[in-house]
Design a protein. Structure first.
Length: 382
């Protein structure tokens, strides 16, 4: 009968650091469980490090040495500020403080890792605390993954998605324009002809009942004409092509139906600059969606729209004083209380990207929302 194996000793801080902070010989001893753990650590396909609580590297595996260009002994001597950019170091320190205080079990961030040759790598760093036998934090385990290969592999798929989104948006806008012209040219003209015919019939009506019926028909026709013009304008504002962005913005804002206590302010500094039809339409659609979200979801009472062109950059800002929300991540498709539809936000972002723009969402619960859209060196209208 086979002899039962000895239980595996617990993985604790004493594997690499004793109570005095001195490296434990268990981690280096060429036999037993801890040495096998060290072998697995060294041969891991991603960068790994065992660090002290002040982020000083105690052990580094072969992959991390390869990423940084430093040997393990050099990494042990290298202070944290020489491995990171100042902005990354500040963010990492804030996250590490939460970990040390016990507010979180692990932390993760994307950062730039400085190499020995002065270049840097884009990496994702995950850190988890390692506890001693009494439950106290004694060390940190850092897992460092080089993101460039993954991002390079994702580029073809991302390019296909962007191309598809651009094509869909182009088809959608072309169809909107077609329907808008149909409403204006066909249905609009037909309704005008109907109104004229009703007026002529009314002139030859012989009694009061006929006059009343024809008057009702005229009123209904006028309402239909107004609704048709409004719908055609929403689909494709004529002012955008004929007069430019400021006129189109003013026209759309004037047609808003606002609660009595709500005010919308518009400022522009374009100096008669005109841009490609795609960029101008993108600005208008993003502003319309942002204003709708502020009214529908955030209960905003003040909305400020700014359109500025300076230093060869076109910028749109839509800021409200509403309830605010936590912006969803790219993978989060769930709606939260007080937040606009994630699909609506994704649509705004995809529309912006398809025109070469960049969109940012600044919002916190209780602090309002700002949608920022920018076009560096935007294409001008021919």
């Amino acid at each position: 009968m086979k002899k039962p194996s000895k239980p595996i000793p617990p993985l604790s801080g004493t594997a690499w650091q004793n109570n005095d902070g001195i490296l434990s010989p268990l981690w280096l001893e060429p036999r037993g469980y801890h040495y096998r753990l060290r072998e697995a650590f060294d041969k891991a396909p991603v960068g790994m490090a065992i660090c002290s609580l002040d982020s000083q590297i105690l052990f580094a595996n072969q992959r991390l040495c390869g990423l940084t260009g430093y040997s393990e002994s050099e990494l042990r001597q290298l202070p944290p500020e020489q491995r990171s950019l100042p902005s990354d170091l500040a963010r990492e320190s804030q996250l590490l403080e939460q970990l040390l205080q016990g507010n979180v079990e692990n932390v993760s961030l994307e950062k730039k890792l400085l190499r020995k040759n002065g270049h840097f790598l884009h990496v994702r760093k995950n850190m988890v605390g390692l506890r001693g036998q009494e439950g106290q934090l004694v060390s940190l385990i850092a897992h460092i993954e080089h993101l460039a290969p993954r991002k390079e592999a994702a580029k073809p798929a991302a390019a296909q998605i962007d191309s598809f989104a651009s094509t869909v948006i182009g088809i959608l806008e072309a169809e909107r324009k077609r329907i808008s012209l149909e409403l204006h040219d066909e249905i609009g003209q037909s309704l005008t002809a109907l109104k004229i015919a009703i007026k002529r019939a009314d002139e030859h009506a012989q009694n009061a009942e006929a006059h009343e019926a024809l008057n009702q028909a005229r009123l209904i026709t006028e309402q239909l004409m107004h609704k048709t013009r409004t719908l055609a304008h929403r689909l494709r504002p004529a002012e955008l092509d004929e007069l430019g962005l400021p006129a189109a913005f003013c026209s759309c804002l004037n047609k808003l139906v606002l609660p009595p206590e709500t005010r919308v302010f518009f400022e522009e500094q374009l100096a008669d600059a005109r841009f490609s039809p795609e960029i101008e339409l993108c600005c208008l659609r993003v502003a319309q969606e942002a204003i709708t979200n502020a009214l529908r979801h955030a209960q905003a009472t003040q909305i400020k729209v700014e359109l500025v062109f300076e230093h060869d950059e076109l910028r749109l800002s839509v800021r409200d004083n509403g309830t605010g929300f936590t912006p969803p991540t790219s993978s989060d498709k769930r709606a939260t209380a007080g937040a606009p539809s994630p699909l609506g936000l994704i649509g705004m972002r995809e529309r912006s990207l398809s025109c070469g723009g960049q969109m940012l969402i600044n919002s916190r619960p209780g602090e309002g929302t700002e949608i920022l859209l920018s076009f560096p060196q935007p294409q001008k209208r021919a």
